[in-house]
Write a protein that binds this ligand. Structure first.
Ligand SMILES: [Zn+2]
Length: 236
């Protein structure tokens, strides 16, 4: 029976390693996802600023085109002036020129406003571009580390899992089921030492008769409190 208990203890060591590896893997995967989300967030801000800049640029182009046309109108009207015969017509053309010039002034103001809006967004975008570079550098470095760890994890896990299978095969089915159930329900600890009359799994006192029998009885015994399988180390 000591042999079986030793086998269970060895198996439990492997199971605890596997459990640790799974926890580590999950943490790494979560970190990887969080890093990706950070990057996406900054990238989305940069993209939004970029399309804002493009929109302003498009509006500025339209205004600029309208200004060119309006300036052309002024020039044409002015060119007509020397040939005008009547006072009435002269006044009408002057009025036309005046209106066009006012419109030019308005267009120039609007273009200037677009320019300063564009300059402000450009500054903001430059900041975000810089931030994106920094986040990228940080994220890519860390993701690389995470990926390497995950790759190493895969190998370690496969090897340990192979060992686990070969250990499990050596146990009789009812005992294997009992072990796996306990492992699952008792936080990965199915087999524990009983020391000084106490179960080291739940820290409860064992009935003296049960404790003493652990040295003599040839059967695996369970803690009456937490149900874990008990073993004792030989007295030193
Ligand atoms: Zn116990």
């Amino acid at each position: 029976m000591q042999e079986t208990l030793q086998l269970l203890k060895d198996l439990q060591d492997i199971d605890q390693d596997l459990r640790q590896l799974r926890t580590t893997r999950q943490a790494l995967e979560e970190e990887q996802a969080a890093l990706g989300a950070d990057l996406e967030k900054v990238q989305a801000m940069v993209d939004a600023l970029q399309s804002e800049l493009e929109r302003i640029e498009g509006e500025r182009k339209e205004l600029s085109l309208a200004l060119t046309q309006e300036q052309d109108n002024v020039e044409k009207a002015e060119a007509r002036l020397p040939a005008i015969k009547t006072q009435k017509e002269y006044v009408a053309v002057l009025k036309e020129i005046d209106t066009a010039k006012k419109m030019n002034k308005d267009l120039q103001d609007r273009i200037a406003a677009k320019d300063s809006e564009s300059a402000e967004i450009s500054r903001e975008k430059d900041e975000k571009d810089q931030q994106l570079l920094e986040v990228k550098e940080r994220v890519e470095g860390r993701v690389q580390e995470v990926l390497e760890q995950l790759a190493g994890f895969g190998e370690a896990y496969t090897e340990k899992n192979g060992n686990r299978e070969s250990f499990l095969k050596q146990l009789k089915t009812p005992l294997r089921k009992r072990y796996e159930l306990l492992l699952d329900r008792r936080g990965g600890v199915a087999v524990v030492e009983a020391r000084n009359g106490t179960c080291q799994g739940c820290n409860m006192h064992l009935p003296p008769q049960l404790f003493n029998s652990l040295y003599t009885v040839n059967e695996i015994q369970n803690c009456p409190h937490c149900n874990r399988m008990l073993y004792v180390l030989p007295p030193t």
